[in-house]
Design a protein around this ligand. Structure first.
Ligand SMILES: Nc1ncnc2c1ncn2[C@@H]1O[C@H](COP(=O)(O)OP(=O)(O)O)[C@@H](O)[C@H]1O
Ligand SMILES: [Mg+2]
Length: 338
């Protein structure tokens, strides 16, 4: 099965209306298109026939293209529609209606994982350890729980990602500062907020892929090698995206430092359980913190995480002896299996 050569349509979002959808590969220059370029090249090297298609704010060209070209599978790299990230789940929903197999997560999984409050409620029910939290919707009064909250806490937008809205001032030590930051998120970012118990500990990223049979990849760890030891270790927007800042404080992720075998086994089992509870298909990266007492605390799950060659997921696969091309071949065949 995995050796079958496929007709693949690589679907991705573009931040403007493409003039010609027929060969969107011309947009794939520059750093922000690394995922698309890497996937396209790997699938081509594997002998699949790959065409690229960019989507912005109009679904009709995609519908026409799918009907004409009848690809075997769509490699879905879409994260937004009309530059709106909250619409990410609607793309696979459309592909379902078109009856075309696609890689990665289904719409319901994408919707659930995006909501940092709902996702924690689900895991609490299943007794997976999550930070204490309180959701502060944009409409309505601030939750009463903020005054009883056990600080320090971290205030985050409820449904954004890529560290958007996360800064040093997201860390709050009392109800007053917390309310200020919550209002900032409401007013400046225009979204609901969540306040979470700040979890001290090592930050780990665990890649998982598969549908019925799951593979858990070796954990990666976020390092702050040159940060003073008492400074909080948080992947703020600056820490994630500002190369000079990253260099200055030695911020980078790499293979995790050794974890004792019992804790590692527990971590792997917990990650499999989380993956299943969110009904993930394809691949996902689970972010956790590991406390000094060896307790794994869930932070968030990222379905369809970055799959470029230089990112954590592919890097972890390589450590597990799975080459980049092999990984892509597995992911592209998953929606067609069984
Ligand atoms: N409850 C928490 N305790 C400690 N650190 C946290 C917590 N929540 C988030 N962080 C820090 O903030 C970063 C970004 O938060 P996250 O919820 O992953 O948002 P995003 O979806 O934008 O990546 C995390 O990688 C971590 O460094
Ligand atoms: Mg994150």
């Amino acid at each position: 099965m995995a050796s079958r050569k496929l007709n693949v349509l690589l679907l991705f979002d573009v931040p403007f209306a493409p003039e010609n959808h027929l060969d969107s590969s011309e947009y794939m220059v520059g750093d922000e298109w690394k995922d698309e370029r890497d996937v396209m090249r790997a699938l081509s090297r594997l002998g699949h026939k790959v065409t690229a298609f960019g989507i912005f704010d109009d679904i009709r060209p995609l519908v026409d293209r799918v009907r004409q070209a009848r690809p075997d599978v769509i490699f879905n790299l879409c994260e937004s529609f009309n530059a709106d990230r909250s619409k990410e789940p609607n793309l696979p929903a459309l592909l379902e209606l078109l009856g075309i197999p696609y890689t990665g997560a289904r719409p319901e999984a994408l919707t659930l994982c995006k909501d940092k409050g709902l996702s924690k409620k689900l895991l609490t029910y299943h007794k997976v350890r999550v930070p204490e939290f309180a959701v502060a919707p944009r409409k309505g009064p601030l939750p009463k729980g903020l005054s009883r909250f056990v600080y320090p806490g971290i205030c985050k937008p409820l449904g954004l990602d890529a560290s958007e809205g996360i800064a040093q001032s997201s860390l709050v030590t009392n109800a007053e500062d917390c309310a200020d930051r919550v209002r900032f998120i409401h007013q400046k970012l225009g979204t609901d907020a969540i306040v979470e118990e700040y979890i001290e500990g090592r930050e780990l990223y665990v890649g998982v892929f598969g549908n019925d049979r799951l593979t858990v990849l070796p954990p990666q760890e976020l390092f702050f090698k040159k940060l003073p030891t008492d400074a909080p270790r948080v992947l703020t927007f600056k820490a994630k995206w500002d190369d000079d800042y990253r260099k200055k404080y030695g911020i980078d992720s790499d293979a995790a430092r050794p974890i004792d075998p019992k804790t590692l086994a527990k971590l792997n089992e917990t990650c499999k359980e989380i993956y299943r509870l969110f009904k993930i298909t394809g691949y996902a990266r689970i972010d956790l913190r590991l406390s000094e007492q060896g307790e794994c605390v869930f932070l968030e799950i990222n379905p369809n995480p970055s799959i470029k060659k230089s990112d954590d997921f592919a890097f972890a696969a390589k450590q597990a002896g799975i080459s980049y091309d092999e990984l892509l071949n597995k992911l592209v065949h998953l929606p067609l299996a069984g």
